[in-house]
Design a protein around this ligand. Structure first.
Ligand SMILES: *[C@@H]1O[C@H](CO)[C@@H](O)[C@H](O)[C@H]1NC(C)=O
Ligand SMILES: *[C@@H]1O[C@H](CO)[C@@H](O)[C@H](O)[C@H]1NC(C)=O
Ligand SMILES: *[C@@H]1O[C@H](CO)[C@@H](O)[C@H](O)[C@H]1NC(C)=O
Ligand SMILES: *[C@@H]1O[C@H](CO)[C@@H](O)[C@H](O)[C@H]1NC(C)=O
Ligand SMILES: *[C@@H]1O[C@H](CO)[C@@H](O)[C@H](O)[C@H]1NC(C)=O
Ligand SMILES: *[C@@H]1O[C@H](CO)[C@@H](O)[C@H](O)[C@H]1NC(C)=O
Ligand SMILES: *[C@@H]1O[C@H](CO)[C@@H](O)[C@H](O)[C@H]1NC(C)=O
Length: 443
């Protein structure tokens, strides 16, 4: 009897440790995503000053990365020499496979919106931030991110993953997978398809073995099994907060095997700053003290960084909304605030756009997680609570900082229909909506 309790307690302790570790990993990842700091890449004005960004005019789809990374001489990813199974072009067309990239930045609710797809059911292969590995490796390799190189690497890894090929990603996973098996895939547990049989392999050792999924006892991830499962699934969705410029994805959009759809998720930049100040408090110390002093040095690198990010998001959205021929019917812009207000309706729109069936399983998950309701007439109700949650930042952000965001992100806010406030009273006046009703054409 006593032994039983001891084992249960050990299990609980192990789970708590795993949970803690996951938290640390996700925090580290968030940090990494903000890592394009001037200190790390003094020679690269790209992220701070969009106007001086080198145009990525390299259209080659399938770059041999070893040119860029001499330290990886083993990489050979030429099409014809690739040994992994991949769907034939006719398969991709006839099978009606859907490929969707959910593009966002941190603190825009992308994990939540990603779940709308992850919960779709047995036909879905969803990956959560696989580019985390790429960014980390490139950062470690070069001591800073070269935006040209990283955007190319992101694009190529995404393309391979949509084809269910993990070989290229494997080169970025550290420590390197052994025999295509890794215990370290970032946030594996966020991908339902990687936590179900047969990808979930039994844990062979005792209770001290680390389980690699949340509610399932799965051993380390066999990427060959993952690839096979992916090939069996009809729909593939990847979420990422790391792609900076939409135009870098052009070869992906033009790959006839993929017929890819891009969902661009945006949020009020004031809310993003407020949320980051809470989530990454130590990183945002300067903002806090600026708010306390009532004085923000508008020329400070951190402010410029914010401005650069806003401009990049805006330029990507402008490009998408302008419907260049290579994005025709492939680009959809969604505001997180609208998803919070009308989760079911917006989810239905996104599903319709992707062509993926909106299953009852996905609907149930959304109902449960937004406390929304679906009326008999099929009209989806507004969700008061989740929209309240999404407005909480109005009471946490110092007015001074909201003003600064309005100043440096003004054009971005205008494009997306976020209203400006002129005084603190308006900022915290809930009757004053910060959201213009705005329809973004679904191209
Ligand atoms: C951005 O870069 C361009 C070209 O290098 C330069 O003329 C401009 O002053 C820069 N803008 C800012 C805000 O640094
Ligand atoms: C890339 O594509 C654009 C548009 O199709 C074309 O104008 C440009 O010459 C291409 N660049 C290269 C390096 O092939
Ligand atoms: C494919 O691999 C073979 C042997 O490894 C090599 O000789 C050949 O050049 C490769 N093909 C390409 C296009 O790189
Ligand atoms: C970034 O990488 C590209 C492509 O390899 C290279 O041409 C460029 O010089 C690099 N930029 C910096 C600042 O290292
Ligand atoms: C991974 O799965 C594949 C496919 O079932 C299998 O052939 C391989 O032996 C597995 N690898 C390991 C290390 O178990
Ligand atoms: C909204 O949800 C939160 C957490 O689920 C709950 O604490 C709060 O009372 C709810 N507010 C309203 C107005 O229903
Ligand atoms: C709050 O905003 C509403 C709508 O704009 C306005 O009618 C009301 O006077 C405002 N309340 C305060 C206290 O400013």
């Amino acid at each position: 009897m006593r032994n039983k309790y001891a084992i249960i307690i050990i299990c609980i302790v192990a789970l708590v440790i795993i949970e803690k570790e996951n938290n640390i990993i996700s925090r580290v990842s968030e940090k990494l995503s903000l890592r394009q700091t001037p200190q790390a890449t003094p020679e690269l004005p790209l992220v701070y000053n969009v106007t001086s960004a080198p145009v990525v005019d390299d259209n080659r789809s399938f770059t041999v990365l070893s040119q860029d990374f001499p330290t990886f001489p083993q990489i050979n990813i030429d099409e014809e020499n690739d040994t992994q199974p991949r769907p034939q072009p006719h398969e991709a067309v006839q099978g009606g496979h859907k490929h969707v990239l959910l593009l966002a930045t941190t603190r825009t609710g992308s994990s939540f919106v990603g779940e709308f797809f992850n919960q779709q059911g047995s036909g879905m292969f969803y990956l959560f931030e696989p580019l985390w590995h790429v960014e980390r490796m490139l950062t470690l390799e070069t001591g800073g991110i070269n935006a040209t190189v990283s955007s190319r690497a992101y694009r190529d890894v995404l393309q391979r993953l949509f084809l269910c090929d993990f070989n290229l990603l494997e080169h970025f996973i550290s420590p390197p997978p052994q025999d295509h098996v890794t215990p370290s895939l970032f946030r594996r547990e966020s991908s339902a398809a990687l936590c179900e049989e047969p990808v979930c392999t039994p844990v062979v050792k005792d209770v001290f073995e680390r389980y690699h999924c949340k509610n399932q006892r799965c051993g380390p991830l066999n990427l060959t099994l993952a690839s096979e499962a992916c090939l069996r699934k009809e729909h593939r969705v990847i979420k990422t907060v790391r792609v900076r410029q939409l135009e870098t994805l052009r070869p992906l959009a033009e790959d006839p095997r993929l017929n890819v759809k891009l969902i661009h998720l945006v949020r009020d930049p004031r809310a993003i700053l407020a949320s980051r100040m809470v989530a990454f408090a130590s990183k945002y110390q300067n903002w806090k003290s600026w708010a306390e002093n009532g004085e923000v040095p508008i020329e400070d690198e951190e402010v410029k960084h914010l401005q650069g990010n806003c401009n990049q998001i805006r330029l990507s959205a402008e490009l998408g909304l302008s419907q260049p021929h290579w994005l025709a019917n492939r680009y959809m812009l969604v505001r997180f605030e609208d998803i919070a207000r009308y989760p079911m309706q917006k989810a239905a729109e996104m599903y319709r756009f992707t062509g993926i069936p909106f299953t009852s399983q996905a609907k149930e998950w959304i109902l449960k997680n937004t406390h929304t309701s679906e009326s008999a007439s099929g009209v989806y109700s507004t969700q008061k609570n989740s929209s309240e949650q999404v407005e909480k930042w109005r009471f946490s952000i110092p007015f001074k900082l909201a003003q600064v965001v309005q100043e440096v992100c003004g054009p971005t806010m205008k494009l997306f229909g976020y209203r400006f406030v002129d005084d603190e009273g308006t900022l915290v006046n809930k009757s004053f909506s910060l959201l213009e009703e705005k329809e973004f054409h679904v191209s």
